[in-house]
Design a protein around this ligand. Structure first.
Ligand SMILES: Nc1ncnc2c1ncn2[C@@H]1O[C@H](COP(=O)(O)OP(=O)(O)OP(=O)(O)O)[C@@H](O)[C@H]1O
Ligand SMILES: [Mg+2]
Length: 393
């Protein structure tokens, strides 16, 4: 077979393959000249641009797909045209385009261009193929969001257990002290009973002792029930929650830890209900981590101020934690939300507290700001969107 005949046969075969590929594919395909005029288009493409074949052949691609009067590289360079890339390099190019509609809807297209070359290697035609991947992409994003939420839920649960350990450790003192008192009183009463001298005076003393004993027992009961309700594994979910109620629980759980450490506590609350949509356990853990950090920053005492409010300008719920602790050096500020960043001695901190706080705040469409001066103290301010009345969680 002559060389020319063989080349012709090869060319015919290539054309047949390309035709088959264009017309049998369910992707939208156009073939263009290097000046962007369309020479061939398949049915899915014609359907996507809502035009008959006659209205497409000879037209420029940028007119049809973007309604532009000049190539995208001039009118909308941010689109990043793969055609230009293929013309420039002579190689296949790929890009994902985002088409935004006036109603805010976004369509994502996966675009690939392939060059067709003449025997001397010049690009004579370009095949452009695009596929709408909006559904596939949103499905992937949804799955990623789901798995991130599951990861956060797991982390919060683990952090909850660590917090429980810290709370129990500080509660031991709080429970032990009244127990010593209870033992002393009960021994005193036992001795009086053994001596058999139940005078009016001893009866009055017994009454006093019993009143003290029951108030101490009540205190122990409260500590234990606070710990138990914190430890209980009830399913929390997304619900309207009152920020002040969660703060109260956290303060109740940590108050004795503050007392032991000579920390003066002050609280300012809003007179309005501060309802946000969120997960009670996560928010509790978030506030608890911030209070723990403040307490740990004041080993020799200090003061902690917690304020909850409704920001009159933004309409968001804000929570402020202000301590007079050691403060955070400027060079650390950029790392405090990094997992495992800690300045505490081994065994004192894992460095997960603030990364969990950050994750929880972001999951609640919230914002977190920190302001700190070494030697003076630290303030964390969180803000969350307020739940609208009648809004479904
Ligand atoms: N209120 C604060 N005052 C001073 N330093 C703080 C404060 N909050 C956080 N930090 C600094 O940020 C670091 C990271 O805090 P984070 O809560 O993530 O971890 P941690 O407290 O060290 O350990 P963990 O919380 O896991 O027990 C702390 O080690 C500390 O240096
Ligand atoms: Mg911490």
């Amino acid at each position: 077979m002559s060389h020319r005949k063989k080349a012709k046969e090869n060319g015919d075969l290539e054309k047949d393959v390309i035709d088959f590929f264009i017309h049998e594919s369910d992707a939208r395909i156009v073939v263009m000249n290097p000046d962007f005029t369309i020479v061939e288009a398949n049915l899915p493409y014609l359907e996507a641009v809502s035009k008959p074949k006659a209205g497409v052949l000879g037209a420029h691609c940028y007119e049809l797909t973007h309604g532009l009067s000049a190539p995208c590289s001039i009118s909308q360079p941010e689109l990043g045209c793969p055609l230009l890339e293929t013309l420039r390099t002579g190689k296949s190019a790929h890009v994902i385009h985002e088409h935004l509609f006036p109603d805010g809807r976004a369509v994502y297209c996966n675009m690939v261009t392939y060059p067709l070359k003449n025997p001397s290697g010049q690009v004579t035609r370009i095949i452009e193929m695009w596929r709408d991947i909006t559904r596939e992409l949103s499905h992937r994003v949804e799955n990623r969001v789901k798995s991130l939420k599951a990861d956060l839920q797991k982390l919060v649960q683990e952090d909850r257990m660590i917090s429980l350990g810290k709370l129990v450790a500080s509660s031991v003192h709080e429970i032990n002290n009244p127990i010593q008192g209870l033992l002393t009183f009960s021994r005193l009463m036992e001795t009086s009973l053994q001596e058999g001298k139940l005078t009016k005076k001893t009866m009055a003393e017994f009454k006093e002792h019993l009143a003290l004993m029951s108030s101490e027992l009540e205190r122990i009961g409260k500590i234990v029930s606070g710990l138990l309700s914190f430890a209980r594994q009830s399913e929390a979910g997304w619900n309207p929650v009152e920020v002040d109620d969660i703060l109260d629980q956290v303060i109740h759980l940590t108050r004795h830890k503050m007392e032991i450490q000579n920390i003066l506590f002050e609280r300012k609350r809003s007179d309005m209900p501060l309802t946000i949509n969120g997960d009670l356990h996560q928010l509790q853990q978030c506030f608890l981590n911030l209070v723990f950090n403040s307490i740990e920053a004041m080993p020799k005492g200090g003061s902690l101020f917690i304020r909850s409010d409704l920001d009159p300008f933004s309409g968001r719920v804000t929570v402020e934690f202000r301590d007079t602790g050691c403060g955070i050096p400027e060079e650390h500020l950029g790392h405090i939300y990094d997992p495992f960043f800690t300045t505490k001695e081994a065994g004192q901190g894992t460095g997960l507290g603030l990364s969990i706080v950050h994750g929880i705040v972001k999951a609640h469409q919230g914002d977190i700001q920190v302001n700190s001066r070494p030697g003076e103290g630290t303030t964390f301010v969180l803000s969350f969107p307020r739940a609208q009345e009648g809004e479904l969680p």
